[in-house]
Design a protein around this ligand. Structure first.
Ligand SMILES: Nc1ncnc2c1ncn2[C@@H]1O[C@H](COP(=O)(O)OP(=O)(O)O)[C@@H](O)[C@H]1O
Ligand SMILES: O=P(O)(O)OC[C@H](O)CO
Length: 497
């Protein structure tokens, strides 16, 4: 049998998934394993990096068995990963010196506050496209070197290696032969100059990070190396690495400037392809590298909503208004509007474009008539309003008018919300047939590198749409609703002030 599949490995925050993808872009087998996060102190989020590697390896073995194939049937393996999460390990023993610090973790807030006070905001934004925040890897590396006994000394003597999860996995998969990352992951470290395409010496000095700790930065689609002989019955080429949000953009075939996707999971991540131009935002969006293919780097603007699906989980788990997330659609359909009720689910503050971590959730416009259906509808609508908040500044910064929005993530099963999103934005909302855009993106990038697919054009032809939601053109009505949302957000901010 010839090489029939690409393996796509999607290492996310709460789970790892591995898939076999065929030439038609169909997923032929999928296996998944949950991960145990650790919360050692309030606001800290960590995970056992060794567990990530061990479970990934087991999952790959399981995938081959589930698909009834051997490694010789695999054309290439692609890696996509939760971004920013930081691991430092000893290159001799291969053991991490501490847990991986997860992107959500706030333990480096004090380091960030110092950088803000020292007025590094502008320089960091200009060089990296990012804002100073514990979210990104740079301050997490500094924290590890400062807090783990002996780490700084070992780092200086070249004994330690740093990596985001892509790097940690490729290093283990290749038996230590590849200490590499790709440009999309590097662009989330707050150490990478996204214009000059290199680790930035000034930022490394600022955070006291020795250069020898850092991986070599490669493109997102090329053969980096092969899996170590001991792992599978034959070696598999590893041919893509990409951060999961960028991979989702690629998986949605958002190849042209202005193409935009929104992933509705726990939070929302919206990315717009801005082509070869790194558009710098004046409104709190991040500028990030989308991917590099054949020496050509492309960029994206990114905005995030902290609470999206998490608000649905809140209805289910904390308020017990619903038993399953899916019920929200039938419930909200019982009414034609929220009748003036607005829920601002700012449980952990507001992200783009407000960046107010001190704001908390609020409810407005209740009447004696407001019932469960109105309330659930208001929560669903809040996801669409928050996405519009992000998109408005994105269009402004990119000087691009959105033509349609590609969507993915667990929440997009909700037809009522997708229709409302289309009405509110006044553009078609396109839901793909497969909800695995992230994994498909990594598969496509790997497939391009080994000739499994010949071109982006060929990949674009694989696109299968489940449903397109077209806008209802009562624009005044939706503008009025949105104006109400803006007032609600303003009032929630005023309450925090
Ligand atoms: N039909 C639905 N309507 C609204 N929300 C939903 C629906 N189905 C799932 N969700 C929500 O989607 C979220 C999970 O999406 P997922 O993409 O798996 O998230 P993540 O990758 O961030 O863990 C949960 O918060 C869940 O409540
Ligand atoms: O693992 P996910 O899908 O929640 O994605 C996490 C993001 O990459 C964080 O930037």
């Amino acid at each position: 049998m010839s090489e029939q599949f690409i393996i796509s490995l999607d290492q996310g925050t709460t789970s790892t998934r591995a898939m076999l993808v065929d030439k038609q872009g169909e997923i032929k087998a999928i296996v998944k394993e949950e991960l145990q996060l650790q919360f050692p102190k309030p606001g800290w989020v960590e995970v056992d990096a060794e567990q990530i590697w061990q479970s990934t390896y087991q999952l790959l073995t399981k995938l081959l068995a589930a698909g009834e194939v051997t490694a010789s049937h695999i054309a290439a393996l692609g890696i996509t990963n939760q971004r920013e999460t930081t691991v430092i390990w000893d290159k001799v023993t291969g053991k991490p010196i501490y847990n991986a610090i997860v992107w959500q973790s706030r333990q480096t807030e004090a380091i960030c506050e110092q950088l803000r006070q020292d007025r590094y905001d502008t320089i960091i934004h200009q060089k990296t496209g990012l804002l100073i925040d514990p979210y990104f890897s740079g301050t997490k590396i500094k924290w590890l070197l400062d807090h783990v006994a002996g780490a700084r000394q070992k780092a200086l003597s070249g004994q330690l290696l740093f990596g985001t999860i892509d790097t940690w996995l490729i290093w283990n998969l290749t038996g230590g032969a590849c200490h590499m990352t790709d440009v999309s992951n590097a662009s989330r470290t707050m150490l990478f100059n996204i214009h000059d395409r290199c680790w930035d010496e000034e930022l490394l000095d600022l955070l006291q990070i020795p250069h020898q700790l850092l991986p070599e930065v490669r493109s997102s689609s090329e053969v980096y190396g092969k899996t170590a002989a001991k792992l599978f019955d034959s070696a598999i080429s590893i041919a893509s690495m990409a951060g999961d949000q960028q991979a989702a953009l690629f998986g949605q075939q958002a190849f042209s400037k202005g193409d935009t996707k929104n992933t509705y999971g726990t939070g929302c991540f919206m990315l717009m392809n801005t082509g070869t131009e790194a558009v710098m935002s004046n409104n709190g969006l991040l500028t990030t590298i989308a991917w590099e293919i054949d020496g050509k780097m492309e960029y994206a603007l990114e905005g995030s909503v902290f609470v999206a699906g998490a608000a649905i989980s809140w209805l289910q788990e904390s308020l017990q208004f619903i038993e399953t997330a899916g019920e929200t659609e039938a419930l909200a359909s019982q009414v034609t509007s929220s009748e003036g009720a607005y829920v601002v689910p700012a449980f952990v503050g507001l992200g783009t474009p407000y960046w107010r971590s001190d704001v908390r959730g609020a409810i407005f416009g209740l009447t004696r008539n407001t019932n469960r259906a109105h309330f659930v509808r208001a929560v669903l609508e809040s996801l669409a309003y928050q996405s519009k908040d992000v998109l408005q500044v994105m269009e402004l910064d990119a000087q691009i008018k959105l033509q349609s929005l590609h969507v993915d993530g667990g929440v997009v099963a909700n037809n009522l919300l997708m229709q409302f999103q289309s009405d509110l934005l006044q553009v078609p909302v396109i839901r793909p047939a497969s909800n695995e855009s992230t994994a498909l993106g990594a598969a496509y990038l790997a497939g391009l590198a080994v000739g499994f697919w010949q071109s982006k054009q060929q990949i674009a032809e694989l696109q299968k749409v489940d449903r397109t939601f077209f806008p209802n053109h009562e624009t005044d009505h939706y503008e009025q609703l949105y104006a109400g949302w803006k007032k609600a957000v303003k009032a929630a901010i005023a309450f925090a002030d």
